[in-house]
Design a protein around this ligand. Sequence first.
Ligand code: HGY
Ligand code: MN
Ligand code: MN
Length: 400
Amino acid sequence: MPAIDAAAFLRDLHALREIGRFRTGVHRPTYSPQDMESRRWLMDRMAECGLDPSIDGVGTVLGRHPGPGPHLLVGSHIETQNEAGWLDGALGVVAGLALARAGLPVDVVAFADEEGHFDVGFLGSRSAIGDLAEAEIDAGRNSHDGTPLRDALAAAGLAGLPRLRLDPARYRGFLEMHIEQGTRLEGAGHAVGIVTGIVAIWQWRIVIEGGQDHAGGTTMAERRDAGLAAVRLLAAIDREFPRLCGEASTWTTGRIVLDPGAASIIPGRAEILFQFRDVAVPVLERMEAGLRALVRESNRRERCTARLEAVSRATPALCDPDLMRALSGAAEAICPGNWQALPSGAGHDAQNLARIMPAAMLFVPSIGGVSHHWAEDTREEDLVQGLRVLGEAAERILAG
Ligand code: HGY
Ligand code: MN
Ligand code: MN
């Protein structure tokens, strides 16, 4: 068992929580001043743990272990959703610091923009595995306010820095510790989850053009109400998708913007951010075909025009069996019977790392399953016990 310093681990977590604090959570959108402060904070902690820190051209922070291999790569992300949780992402990075502090030969990484504040999709981890063209950065926009990604990188002082490219030969694999962001572990009374597979998120933008007009003078028969067309299309999706989906598929409309958004004006334009998720590509393809058919049907029936744009399509991943065996062996040794295997309904950087090296994830319970909300939380004993399982598994993998 590696000599884990639990006090230092918790101290780091709570210190990071104070950077961009929002109520009991954190507000650290990618490249915001508080996000860049957290990246500098992380680089200082990496140096303290004996790692050689660097930040790359899209803001990914890597702490390289100076010693001989074999190595493990351990990490996650440290930016957060807006006004969201203190553990989503941060837990996996700070856990990596704790393993380095315990003397394990690990590189620690915080991949930039896992949370998709920019519409490139997994910007940092896709760049690090060599799956991001410069043209995608040129075209990237902030998903909330449309700021060009190039402008955001320049404002953050990252323009012109080289982009990290991971060498898979350096690593036995990638481990990511993360909160579950669901209720399975808590519901089963288990303290540790060994992730079997990670869903892909297929993200869409649907733009509906109607006719802005007077809310009173325009009769119901002649108006072209983009808002109503949007609501009818989303209702049609919700009726049809249960017929097309897989056992654990999800679909979510995260945002509907009506323009001009005034009480007495018929909306001439509606913009929808819609996504669906599954761990199997054939199911994702079936849902895409269904979505396209429903958009065509809307254009047949409505006096408005709906346009479907694919924003990003991630790749689902199955976790590496050998790494999973090390994690479950460590869990059985440290908290016998108090763990289970389960799929991830959330997307994670690990699903990209799995494309170039063995990758696996360890979950700890989320209280009430709450995440992507400032009330997100996990019991400290679960955080520490999960870290001990991660450390034991890392030691087994490195000794293997
Ligand atoms: O949305 C997700 O699954 C991830 O937390 N960004
Ligand atoms: Mn996350
Ligand atoms: Mn998240």
